[in-house]
Design a protein around this ligand. Sequence first.
Ligand code: ATP
Ligand code: MG
Length: 334
Amino acid sequence: MKKRILTGDRPTGPLHLGHLVGSLQNRVTLQNEGNDVFVIISDFQVLTDRLDTKEVERNTFELLLDYLACGINPDKSTIFVQSRVPALAELFVYLSMLVSVSRAQTNPTVKEETKATAKGKMSLGMLGFPVSQAADILAFDTDVVPVGEDQLPHVEQARDAARTFNHVFGPTFKEPKALLSKMPRLMGLDAKQKMSKSRGNAIFLSDTKEEVLKKVKSATTDSGKDIVFDPEKKPAVSNLLQMYHLFSGKEIKAIEKMYEGKGYAPFKLDLAEVINAFLDPIRQTRAELAKDKTYLSLVLREGTVRAQEASETVMQKVRKHMHYDYPSIFHHGG
Ligand code: ATP
Ligand code: MG
């Protein structure tokens, strides 16, 4: 049966390898299996940890290019901009009344994000953004949310919000399920934290060959020079081996064998080549698509209208169940 899928990204920069293996590949598969995929460009969420908004529009187009170049087909899937769908803000207001501050404060990802990118200063918007995300998910009657591991606490909060709403106002929402990929948390090139757009540790899908080579060459390694997979003792090299495996399709054991006694330098050169070979077709499609700004704008406009319609259908049910479909002056003939 056709499922409703919702997932997305913040327009804080272009997408990286972590997005690709953590969520994007799953989105494309779900789309090609005939599901109804909605991809949200979460521009409200940009504001959780920064107030410099000059790059948001440019980053929105960067995300769109990444989606299209990786196989999201706008004839099958809906790509839209969060702030242009007013129902999401409305539902956020309703849901935020159902969540206690102490419940919001238990979300570990909010704490991690605050530490990593907001210099430890937590805004009310940062504390509440999982509830805003719950509104995004529930407003589309979502069944499945393909996400990276850092998002699991947020999907849990969306399930909580659905349950509480259903309890208070009667059965309205489904409880959405998170879908993790085989690689739900790709570590960054610093090997210390997850690969992230905003933490200077990412290989972007749009990086040039030279940038990829430079980044891989300067990636953190562990002491000793053996290329062996041991996430406990050699987290950095293990992470690079994972990447080699993911983007070449070779088994980790086979890769270890190839570099026995060879040291980091040739391994890193080859890894850069493996990543570049994988990214080449994506880069080419991306460059072609980038020439047609009119088409890109049309994709976003049409997607956003579809998202407005789909969320409005759910919101009519929400307002009715809350007795907020009043006053009667808004009804035909009322
Ligand atoms: P930022 O640093 O600006 O928060 P980000 O790299 O964390 O950017 P998001 O837009 O916050 O990217 O996340 C979008 C989606 O990609 C989420 O589902 C998230 O779980 C997933 N994701 C992000 N980074 C990784 C990663 N390193 N490994 C796997 N999945 C990831
Ligand atoms: Mg993030």
